[in-house]
Design a protein around this ligand. Structure first.
Ligand SMILES: [Zn+2]
Length: 118
């Protein structure tokens, strides 16, 4: 099969990232950690294949991710954990709904030039 027939492959596990709702790349784009111009070239990963970020998603619909070792969020100051959980969870919720909203990709991020989109 030609490369262009395939979706984006996860650089961690090698499986296809079948849906944007499971995309680490798009979550980082939504929360402002990645610029749009890198979306086409940056390596794709499943959310759960990037546990250092996924551990901050706190939602009943998302099975919690535990990180052991130096990147365990529990090693961070409580205020920083709370801030990251708030941002990452908001981003994850938005990731679940953006396609249904029919938004342009440029409207996906929570923030634009440092200001909240809402
Ligand atoms: Zn993966």
């Amino acid at each position: 099969m030609a490369k262009c027939d395939q979706g984006y492959m996860c650089e961690v596990c090698g499986d296809e990232v079948e849906d944007i709702t499971d995309s680490d790349l798009y979550l980082r784009y939504i929360i402002g950690e990645m610029e749009a111009r890198y979306l086409m070239t940056a390596p794709e990963r499943h959310l759960r294949c990037n546990p250092v970020l996924a551990q901050f998603i706190v939602d009943p619909e998302f099975e919690p991710v535990i990180v052991e070792g130096p990147f365990d969020k529990k090693l961070m100051p409580a205020e920083e954990i709370a801030a990251r959980e708030e941002l990452t969870t908001r981003g994850w919720r938005r990731l679940q709904e953006v396609r249904g909203l029919g938004l342009a990709i440029s409207d996906y991020p929570l923030f634009r030039e440092g200001n909240p989109v809402e």
